[in-house]
Write a protein that binds this ligand. Structure first.
Ligand code: T4K
Length: 401
């Protein structure tokens, strides 16, 4: 028995939980100054000055002509999808946060789940081609973990098959492809600024695009379709970002370089700490590109490590390391899709395999290098004690699901 593991009756390595998704927060004094100015102005939402400043800075940062800030990325996706006129069927990965699929189904558009490339975790363009039917109107690709989707191949397919291509860039703020920042590919790209994201606005999202007419349409749709007092010229909803959110966003934008540096350091320490551990691989980021390193993604080869992904998660949780199984079990195994398409998994072998092997480890500004080293140490110890761990989990009724 290895007494050091909490699962084997040692004390937990951490007295308070370490989370995946602790918010990164910049200069508090600057944030409070912005809040004060907002309160002095008595202007709290509805296209206020802080939102406009935030939109200009985001557009500039990512190299897109227009940014339309929204209350969150899910609503931003819904509005972008509706604004682009998508109907019928739209091709999406199943290996993504469920919001990507929900944004379609919410407006009765069928998400057609397409398999991924197991190396990139992004849509496999060869499979995309196979999923196109006469009802297909678009593709919503995801830049998963901030690593760019196969933009060139997808653009070529979309143009040839007359489909609208847009990107869920929820993870990809500040990331690049071919030296070009993600933000201006396809018809539009959608960022998330949720509290757990690399850049947060408390809750928030944005659509960025180079298409001015499209951006104007989205601005109308974001605000009930109002074009001036009493004049509704379009169907709309309430997708507005508040001034408080923009204040947070502007403050955090000033610290983006520091957030990247922290994440990159944690990532490097994880890599070093897990180097040579059989059965664990840390998903690589292309050093030739800009990355925000917001996710530390581990793939588990259970045969070589000696424990399954779920058993490792149980070990880590016992130590107060709240590793996450994103994006298990895949959208196609969540409702309502599981009921609508009970056999979807047959066409998604790589999605199923990857979703069963991946776990995410805590990083971000709330986590320091010593903590990262200790987490890596737990993973080394657990491998050495795999037999005891498995026996303990069996006794306790199986690994946490
Ligand atoms: N597309 C993709 C590819 C996405 O990943 C997402 C969101 C979206 C679209 C939609 O974007 P939004 O509409 O949310 O803007 C979290 C986030 O809620 C979600 O935004 C994110 N992706 C997804 C990957 O992660 P959960 O259900 O795992 O979150 P939750 O509440 O368990 O939070 C994660 C951890 O973060 C917690 O263990 C604790 C910590 N946390 C969380 C919050 C909110 C904090 O420490 N402080 C906080 O304020 O979905």
């Amino acid at each position: 028995m290895n007494p050091h593991l909490a699962l084997l009756s040692g004390p937990p390595a951490f007295s308070t939980p370490l989370h995946v998704g602790r918010p990164n927060v910049g200069d508090r004094a600057a944030l409070y100054r912005r809040f004060d100015a907002m309160l002095d102005r008595n202007w709290l939402t509805n296209d206020g000055p802080l939102v406009r400043e935030f939109e200009a800075r985001v557009a500039d940062h990512v190299g897109a002509a227009h940014c339309v800030a929204m209350c969150n990325a899910t609503v931003a996706l819904e509005i972008a999808i509706r604004g682009a006129g998508l109907t019928g069927e739209v091709i999406v990965p199943s290996y993504t946060f469920v919001a990507t699929a929900h944004a379609l189904q919410w407006q009765e558009i069928t998400p057609v789940f397409c398999d991924i490339d197991p190396d990139t975790h992004n849509l496999d363009p060869n499979q995309v081609e196979r999923m196109i039917t006469p009802r297909t109107t678009g593709i919503v690709a995801v830049h998963l973990w901030g690593r760019a989707a196969p933009v060139d191949r997808l653009t070529e397919i979309a143009e040839r098959r007359n489909l609208t291509l847009m990107f869920d860039a929820a993870h990809a703020f500040g990331c690049s492809l071919g030296g070009r920042r993600i933000g201006a590919f396809g018809q539009c790209e959608v960022f998330s600024f949720h509290a757990t994201k690399f850049l947060n606005t408390l809750e928030g999202g944005a659509v960025v695009t180079n298409d001015g007419a499209f951006a104007e349409k989205l601005r109308l749709m974001r605000n009930f379709g109002f074009a001036g007092y009493d004049n509704v010229i379009y169907i709309g909803t309430n997708g507005k970002m508040t001034e408080a959110s923009a204040a947070m966003g502007l403050t955090n934008l000033d610290s983006v370089a520091a957030f990247v540096a922290t994440n990159a350091r944690n990532y490097a320490v994880y890599r070093e700490g897990l180097e040579g551990v059989p059965g664990l691989s840390v998903l690589p980021y292309d050093p030739a590109e800009e990355n925000n390193y917001q996710y530390v993604v581990i793939e588990v080869d259970a045969d070589r490590y000696g424990l399954t992904r779920d058993e490792i998660v149980a070990v880590l949780h016992a130590e107060n390391v709240l590793a996450r199984k994103y994006f298990w079990p895949g959208c196609h195994r969540m409702e309502p899709y599981r009921s609508y398409f009970p056999h979807a998994g047959l066409l998604l072998p790589e999605t199923e395999r990857v979703a069963a092997r991946v776990l995410l480890l805590p990083t971000g500004t709330a986590v320091g290098p010593d903590e990262v080293r200790r987490i890596a140490g737990i993973l080394r110890t657990a491998r050495a004690a795999a037999g005891d761990v498995r026996a303990a989990l069996r006794r306790a009724g199986g690994a946490q699901k």
